[in-house]
Every structure is written in C-alpha cells, then in structure tokens.
Design a protein around this ligand. Structure first.
Ligand SMILES: Cc1cc2nc3c(=O)[nH]c(=O)nc-3n(C[C@H](O)[C@H](O)[C@H](O)COP(=O)(O)O)c2cc1C
Length: 263
C-alpha cells in the first residue's frame, strides 16, 4: 500500500513497483487507506508520506502511522522530506523505517521491500525446483503496452501456477528465467510463451532441477532498458547492479552474452 498526497508520486511509484514485481494499491487520502487496511488482509507493507500540515506545522502523519500500526503490525516505510522532524514523535520505531525524500533514491525502497518479502516467502516448496531460461527477440512494432500486457498476464498466471522468475528486456531481446514445479514451468513455456507471436527466435538456454528458487521475492520481476522510453526509469536498477542482471551474467555462456549484448 502506498499513501501520498501527491498523485503524481503515487502513480510513478505504483508503476515502478509494478515493474519490479510488486502490486501496489495507492491512496491519497489517509482515511481511505486506513479503512482499506481494516477490511483487507492482502497487504505486506505500507509506504507513506508523513502528511505535514504546513500551516500548523503538525504532522497528520503521526496519527496515521500510529493507526496503521494499531490495525496491523505491518512494516511501514515513511518516505518524506520531513522525516528528521517526524522521527522524535514516533513511539513504535520497531516497525517503522524512515527514508528522506528525495535524497535517497528508489533503490532503497526496492531493497526494503525485498527484505520484507524474503521473510514472508520463506515457506518451503514440497517439490523439486525446476528452472528454465530462454532468450528471444521482440517483433518489429513491439510497444511498451505489449510489455505491460506480458507482465500483467505473467504475474496472474505465474502466481496461480507457483512460478517465480524474472524477465529482462534488454536491447530488444528478452531473457526470462522461470522456476517452479517442472510440469507447471514446462507447460507455461511450451504451451504459451514459445508460441507467443510478440517475440521470435525463442531459444532455450538451460533447464533442469536446481537447489532452490532464486527469485523467491518476485512473482515475475522485471528489468527493462530501452533508451527514450518511460520505463527507462527502471534504469535505476542498472543491468550491472541488478540481482537478475548478475544472475544472468553468471548463467550465460560467452556467446549467449554476446548475442544479447551483455558484457
Ligand atoms: C517474452 C514473453 C514472456 C512471457 N512470459 C510469460 C510468463 O512468464 N507467464 C505467462 O503466463 N505468460 C507469459 N507470456 C505471455 C504468454 O505467452 C501468453 O500470452 C499468456 O500467458 C496468455 O494469457 P492471457 O490470455 O491471460 O494474457 C510471455 C510472453 C512473452 C512474449
């Protein structure tokens, strides 16, 4: 859940979070957010502004944060320009993390969320984990909307099928790792992905049983790079620094990397 007065920030953050594998519901009104949290169990964490009332220089956010913690002891990230002034007023610091806007960048939020999900997801699979990696190329005329459609259906189907993984969109090519129960992964790949007309030269790079899931945190993490496009925002998670980038670099052979223009 993301709560912020500024709808531009809300929408930007929701989009960025979506692209890296988190589904955020956004609220600009704290009262609505609190009501939703009371009614709905499906939240893992809250990111909120501190709602400073400029006229009276008081933080409406203090009550908000206390109420959030009263309803559920979810991890709360307070992301605000005024965190320094807010910190002394917050009693329950165990569940609250403070991040100053705008000096610290979004990658801090990603790491914070990853840590939370890691704890949550530490349930154990009862079957061996099968991992499959392939590469492919986008067709001519492939658009950002196509990419969003792929991400949306991937998230939906993969979650149901217990598949985790990452999709990298780099230099007009895709690299995808799928991990889960063998039948589920092979079915997704051979019945759907390989036949999808939005990409071609679909090439299986590796497949087999592995020790554990690598992309536990993401139902389908995504990393994109494409100059001049909106999702270059995600350049924040540079291929060279991104966990998925490192993973693929370790896994691929020299010639596969050359093919995909990855150093
Ligand atoms: C590069 C690429 C990666 C994809 N990855 C997945 C995936 O991981 N899971 C999935 O269900 N569909 C994936 N798809 C989409 C499927 O091929 C197919 O369109 C989709 O599963 C159909 O479901 P829908 O009718 O609900 O969209 C991918 C497609 C492309 C082009």
């Amino acid at each position: 859940m993301v709560i912020d007065e500024n709808t531009e920030i809300l929408n930007m953050l929701a989009k960025v979070l979506f692209c890296i594998g988190h589904s955020a519901t956004v609220f600009s009104n704290p009262a609505d957010a609190l009501e939703e949290l009371t009614l709905n169990e499906n939240y893992d964490a809250v990111i909120t502004d501190c709602f400073l009332d400029i006229k009276s220089m008081t933080f409406a956010g203090i009550d908000l944060i206390e109420s959030l913690l009263d309803i559920k002891k979810l991890p709360v990230l307070v992301w605000s320009m005024y965190v320094d002034r807010l910190i002394p007023h917050i009693h329950d610091k165990e569940h609250v993390t403070f991040l100053k806007k705008p000096e610290e960048n979004l990658s801090y939020i990603f790491t914070w969320l990853d840590k939370i999900k890691k704890i949550e997801n530490e349930q154990f699979d009862t079957y061996p984990i099968y991992q499959l990696i392939y590469s492919s190329k986008e067709i001519d005329g492939f658009t950002e909307n196509d990419l969003m459609d792929i991400l949306i259906s991937s998230r939906k189907h993969n979650k149901t099928a217990g598949i985790s993984g990452a999709l990298i969109y780099h230099n007009k090519c895709f690299l995808q790792v799928l991990e889960g129960e063998q039948v589920a992964v092979e079915n997704r790949y051979y019945e759907w992905i390989e036949k999808d007309k939005r990409h071609f030269e679909v090439t299986l790079l590796t497949k087999g049983i592995v020790n554990k899931r690598i992309f536990l945190n993401w139902d389908m993490g995504f990393f994109g790079s494409h100059d001049g496009e909106d999702y270059v925002l995600l350049g924040l998670t540079d291929f060279n620094k991104h966990p998925a980038g490192q993973f693929f670099r370790d896994k691929l052979t020299h010639s596969q990397k050359e093919l995909l223009s990855i150093q």
